[in-house]
Design a binder for this molecule. Sequence first.
Ligand code: F6R
Ligand code: MG
Ligand code: MG
Length: 382
Amino acid sequence: MVETTITVIKADIGSLAGHVVVPDFLLEIARKSLKEAVEKGIINDFYVTHAGDDLELIMTHHKGELSEEVHRLAWDTFMRGTKEAREKKIYAAGQDILSDTFSGNVKGMGPGSAEMTIEERKSEPIAIFCADKTEPGAFNLPLFRIYADPFNTAGLVIDPNLHDGFIFVIQDIHEQTPAYLQMKCPEEMYDLLALIGSTGKYVIKKIYRHDGLVTAAVSTDKLHQIAGKYIGKDDPVAIVRAHSGLPAMGEVLEAFTLPHLVSGWMRGSHAGPLLPVPLRDSKCTRFDGPPRVIGLGFQVSNGMLLGPVDLFDDVAFDITRRRGMEAAEYLRRHGPFMPHRLHSEDMEYTTLPSVLKKVAARFSEEEIVPTGKAKDTSDSAE
Ligand code: F6R
Ligand code: MG
Ligand code: MG
């Protein structure tokens, strides 16, 4: 049986009018580059899209995960785009390109990637989710709901194929050297939740069915750890397989009906709701957001991609978006106050520490009383 690898590689290499949206000419450059790669036999098929200011390359091929050829293709495509973006003075041109030279694969070089190698089933429906203005842990909650919450996924209760549960691979993304852990659900559900509730540290990397069938993959690349400073959030992507012994596409999408709070939004420093949006609304505006996710449905067929279906382009998600905007409105009223603004630990790599450094020296052990003589102003209105 021939194996097909689905590779999604993304980078923010510049956007229009601030960090709003990928300009059309960058999408065109990427399409041209990937079309040439199909002609050369590097990849089988592709779809180019964007999530806000992130350029997304969705590719299928038979070269396996971490293929040097496929990763180089993505890297060269981003370099081509960056050159043009710089010439046109597009905002933050080349933002996620953190190295001058390619070394084997895009890991640790700025772009994010999620990959999955599958033996195609009789029919292979998949969804690709791409989020902007948030971080990889944003997918923890919906993925948990899809694969472990019977109130979300009816199949966990009524389909015997799903009854034996799923294996979650968790990555501690604070560790410089990758640290992974496996947990089985439902048996270890409480332990799993104890970890993945900390969305900034423990991130779902992959999910397998109990028998080892791979079913979900997430990009877990942390830009600030690579660069040592804030350069934008690590806007994540996820690949999810559906149906035939896995959660149905409708169960996968049901998990996005709570516009749950994620970290990111303005300056990567605020909690905000994750709005599921159609492609035409895949641009970040209000307070650089709110954080958004697009969902594209495909059939993988003999290594090719049929589709996409714009999965959130449906009135069924209007109520989620409205609730999300009500939450956004409420949160925004808090301005710079926590918990709308993130905890200072989560701001470590932003520009906040340099502001705090400036005032740090002014702290003293004694409570300071301002000097000067207070005036009696009780008659001043007369
Ligand atoms: C968030 C993001 C934006 C920028 C903000 C400031 O991931 O990219 O919210 O942080 O617009 O941008 P600069 O620092 O480029 O002025
Ligand atoms: Mg940007
Ligand atoms: Mg982005």
